[in-house]
Design a protein around this ligand. Sequence first.
Ligand code: CR1
Length: 841
Amino acid sequence: VEASIPEPQRAAWKKFQATPFVTKEDFEKEVVRHVETTLARSMFNCDETAAYAAASLAFRDRLITEWNRTQQRQTFADTKRVYYLSLEFLMGRAFDNAMLNVGLKNVAKEGLSELGFRIEDIISQEHDAALGNGGLGRLAACFLDSMASLNYPAWGYGLRYRYGIFKQEIVDGYQVEVPDYWLDFNPWEFPRHDIVVDIQFYGGVRKYQDEHGRNIAKWEGGEMVKAVAYDVPIPGYDTPSTNNMRLWSSKAASGEFDFQKFNSGDYESSVADQQRAETISAVLYPNDNLDRGKELRLKQQYFWVAASLYDIVRRFKKSKRAWSEFPDQVAIQLNDTHPTLATVELQRILIDLEGLEWDEAWTIVTKTFGYTNHTVLPEALEKWSVPLMQNLLPRHLQIIYEINMYFLQSVERKFPGDREMLGRVSIIEESQPKMVRMAYLAIVGSHKVNGVAELHSDLIKTTIFKDFVKIFGPDKFTNVTNGITPRRWLHQANPRLSELIASKTGGLGFLKDLNILNELEKFADDKEFKKEWAEIKYANKVRLAKHIKTTTGVTVNPSALFDIQVKRIHEYKRQQMNIFGVIHRYLTIKAMTAEERKKLAPRVSIFGGKAAPGYWMAKTIIHLINNVGAKVNNDPDIGDLLKVIFLEDYNVSKAEIITPASDVSEHISTAGTEASGTSNMKFVLNGGLIIGTCDGANIEITREIGENNIFLFGNLAEDVEDLRHAHNYGSHTLDPDLLKVFETIKSGTFGDAGAFSALTSAIEDHGDYYLVSDDFHSYIQTQALVDEAYKNQDEWITKTILSVARMGFFSSDRCINEYAEMIWNVEPLAPEKGETDGLGK
Ligand code: CR1
């Protein structure tokens, strides 16, 4: 490409190429330029919002320059790229992250200060990019950070929702949802109005034979919508590599049809068409671990998958390689089943548009894709109704049937005569209406399937995908335990702790190789170090206490034990068990003498998390937490001994304040239900202990940090089925302490007793599916152990230091290297030597 440009022209471009700023002066110059030109303001009307905008734009320009270089380098090297397809990217704020990753936070801090601003105030101007629900979306964000930091040539592909996850308000104890219109001003995205893809829906399939007698299928008619690309640069930490997250936005295809309508005076319906098109990328579905099967969701999925594949295929075709080399150039990871249609779409492109034979095409497809499963919960496993798909994507449904036919033929060959097996593993469920089982399609269309923690990966092999292990063999199934990026979840969220660790481990190297934390073990008994360690935790608790005061009006004592459970509200995560435990504690304190009360460790129970708008039970849990808080926090008998806080609108930027402030955090899902959990890792990495069940990544955390440093309780996954059976078919006696809690609720102590009857009757009358009663005693006892342990602060601090020292395994860098080696077969592409000149340090 470069050779085609004449030398003098090339020289001119080189001479005037954009140079990323490095010095404070250049940064300030850029900020002022953006204030005065981009924003058309001046020093006289530059408020904090404008300063944030200008400073971010200065960084965006810088990132885009590096982005361009990275893309050129990758194109030139022509090596394999990874494409991470995710309907959710829960990025949070970008500004602080960008400053830290390029190593210019101090430069920006001083520069802003000279211009009259405090950097903290500017950082807090930013609206979270909240394009996700919970762990699955945040995992995708951590992965992007790691892929860039490790110099992998990798792109994220997602949807540019106009509304991210709703904002939660608490009104009279109830959750109220408010739309999150976040695009008013977003300096981090880069619209690519020249990158537009036509996406087709509905219509029909015409089959005919061409002049060579080949059978041709053509998808015709229907509706067209345009997908417009928006690029968000993803800076790596301490490397110039800057990857891309491409988000698609839907727009009406203003084809002839619309103009005709418009000209014939049918203005309204041409506007309606436009709105219908824009609806596709309008809103993130606010469900976590729940599938609702709505047509618009399927439209979102195909729209995003088709645009992304068009882009990927176009890039591949530029290289003029043979199709058989596609899997050597492209690895596509399916983040859950949401993008599974991509396997079908690639098959369609290859056979219908590129003229490949079925088998040749399907070999390419399966070599290209990998599928990550994130849940075993039946209500979260995606299924699409056949009639719905027939209508929206008629050609894809045909291809799915054909994939299924060939697949079932291969099963039949392997297990002759096993008709039940065929029925069980069929991609099409023979129900009324018939359903397409997306997880099965994803397995058949991929070369690797992975779970996200060891227990979870074992469970999928022995339960929901058992038959597929028999069919494909065990090697197709693997585990990649989740991880988190230490850049955001240690360095950014807890700068003082990061600094202290750096001072003892020879600098910030641990942010790139988290195993270096191991060196902290030798300070676990170092008096001076422990003092500083404890001071930092205290300061973080003070910061959270201030946040609690300003947002709820409640004063909490920063010396009390902070017990935190923040995550989506879900029955399987068992916030209800936590609040029942809090009520039990309240009753216990009430029954104590003044002398007994003196011996008690004061506690603050902190909750946070959103309930899906249609999840009534989860909303009831929020209501109960708030009503218990209202009662307990105002009971003069109780004072500082117990406070109950519900933090409104839990999101990524609030997590950055909350996570460093825990003494104990709760990860108490029914064993076998939480695939991994990732906040458990964040809390431990920030010097908090865990109370948790033997579930998800808690098990591996225990293995790494040692069982003396974690409070485990409850029944094991292997016993859950029998317990549930006993509830339904045996005699079901409930825990007596739990029954006392229920009596108190029913007596109206926490307001209208009827409001909470669903919570108690789920346990008393409906089989207690999540084993709250079975685990309650063990939970309460373990909480008492927590109280005891906390009294010995010296030992407690040692435990937290040892835990942090042993958390190296949970870096998302380790995960990404595992994916790269076991699933993607890609190598990092390190920047050339001179390229690092642009870096801040
Ligand atoms: C799981 O519930 C896990 C994340 C990321 C969630 C959680 O335990 O940490 O995925 N699953 O792997 C999910 O959202 C749709 O499934």
